[in-house]
Design a protein around this ligand. Structure first.
Ligand code: HEM
Length: 401
């Protein structure tokens, strides 16, 4: 695909702000999306293995892991919207072509997610006390469908990186293929790498859980020790598995990414995986620690930057696509509204939800919110009301003009 055609596919209304801002937000929010995806996949897998296991600790952990998975699915989906918006804004020529070429899969993605969510809740409601055989299988179905949703995302991201093949996919041997029913490109090493990373991230999450539960379940030392040892094993073993998948991905990169495996960012990605492997040895603490999860978050962020560097290597390095030439139609109102909504409405709402769950989880018996958390809830509500008021105010102003 020649560069003029790629530029012609850009939105004619331009960008409301500099592309670098969207690029940074894309990487940041995608890293957050992946952390939620990893915790979601890991906790679902632990809930599933616990449901089928005869190990008492494993069966016990299955309950809290299912609770974690339910919340993590929602967070993964909600946070996934942010990179979806940013990728559409700055990489629209690539993202939309890829989606149109596999339109049926892009639409099926929603249905797959709906059924996955439903199947998880089926297990939650029907299988609360250990679970019937059917409900356990519905959890297995949920995990399989979540992986399928991830695979669709992976295929869409991969196809977007192969503009040189689009015409061959769209009009094979000159015949138009408009059904949008094919998956044209995927890389198993890359897909497995992003999935397998769920093991070290969930391991780090478990080490945090062990620390969190230490104050509440002191009498439960053997169970807490078991959680910590599982967390350590997942971090180290899962890290090694991720390293192998990363090598498989790098070994099968297309020619358009030549040189990337030995680039600085690829070395940073390798170092991040090694960091995950050695984290349990770095933070050995008898009562667990939150530091491994903070480290895992940093490692995923670095991997997200490396992933973006690969996109830059292919789209700019090989195809000559320059993000900086995107026309800008600076729109202060929408920029300010975005930032204030993110920080004000989202910030207070998330801080309130996290604070109340944090305190409630640490309190044995009935929990009553502290005055500080109560105040935070008030701020969250006030921010939402101000947002709604400004929405109608500006709307009326525009209509009155
Ligand atoms: C809940 C199941 C999901 C899983 C397991 C999942 C997993 C993944 C994986 C593995 C990737 C990396 C693909 C690659 O680079 O090869 C990815 C990318 C992405 N996902 Fe998700 N995802 C899920 C749901 C969602 C949802 C609901 C959204 C949006 C609402 C979303 C938005 C995105 C976006 C925008 C990208 C990056 C595309 C790009 O940079 O080109 N994901 N996801």
């Amino acid at each position: 695909m020649d560069i003029e055609t790629l530029y012609a596919l850009r939105s004619s209304s331009g960008l409301p702000s500099h592309p670098a801002i969207f690029l940074i937000l894309l990487v940041l929010t995608w890293a957050l999306h992946m952390i939620a995806v990893h915790v979601m996949l890991g906790s679902t897998a632990l809930a599933l293995t616990g449901a089928f296991s005869s190990n008492a600790h494993g069966r016990r952990l299955a309950g809290p892991m299912l609770d974690t998975a339910k919340v993590a699915v929602s967070i993964a989906i909600v946070i996934g919207v942010a990179p979806l918006l940013f990728v559409q804004v700055i990489y629209d020529p690539f993202w939309y072509v890829s989606n149109v070429l596999s339109a049926r899969w892009a639409i099926a993605f929603i249905v797959v997610l709906l059924v996955a969510y439903w199947a998880m809740y089926h297990h939650y409601f029907v299988g609360k006390d250990g679970g019937s055989a059917t409900s356990r299988w519905s959890l297995a179905l949920s995990l399989a469908l979540l992986l399928a949703a991830g695979f669709i995302m992976h295929a869409l991201a991969s196809q977007a990186l192969r503009p040189e093949l689009w015409m061959a996919w769209y009009a094979p041997e000159g015949h138009l293929e408009t059904a949008g029913s094919g998956i044209h490109e995927f890389n198993l090493g890359r897909f497995l790498f992003f999935i397998v990373l769920a093991a070290p991230v969930t391991g780090a999450w478990l080490l945090g859980c062990r620390r969190y539960l230490a104050c509440r379940e002191q009498s439960d030392a053997p169970y807490l020790e078991w959680i910590a040892s599982l967390g350590n094993k997942l971090m180290t073993g899962g890290g090694f598995a991720a390293l192998i998948c990363y090598a498989a991905w790098m070994a099968t990169l297309p020619d358009s990414a030549a040189g990337f495996p030995v680039s600085l960012w690829s070395i940073v990605a390798n170092a991040s995986i090694l960091l995950l492997i050695v984290t349990p040895a770095l933070f050995r603490s008898a009562s667990g620690s939150y530091a491994p999860f903070a480290t895992a978050t940093g490692a995923v962020l670095l991997i997200a930057i490396a992933r973006e560097a690969l996109r830059h290597r292919i789209l700019f390095g090989t195809h000559g696509y320059e993000l900086s030439t995107y026309a800008i139609n600076l729109d202060w109102y929408s920029n300010a509204l975005f930032c204030l909504t993110f920080a004000g409405v989202g910030g207070f709402a998330i801080a309130y939800s996290v604070a109340i769950s944090w305190e409630a989880g640490k309190t044995p018996g009935i929990y009553t919110a502290s005055p500080r958390v109560d105040r935070l809830g008030g701020f969250a509500l006030a921010a939402l009301l101000v947002w709604i008021a400004q929405y109608f105010f500006v709307g009326f102003l525009v209509m009155a003009r």
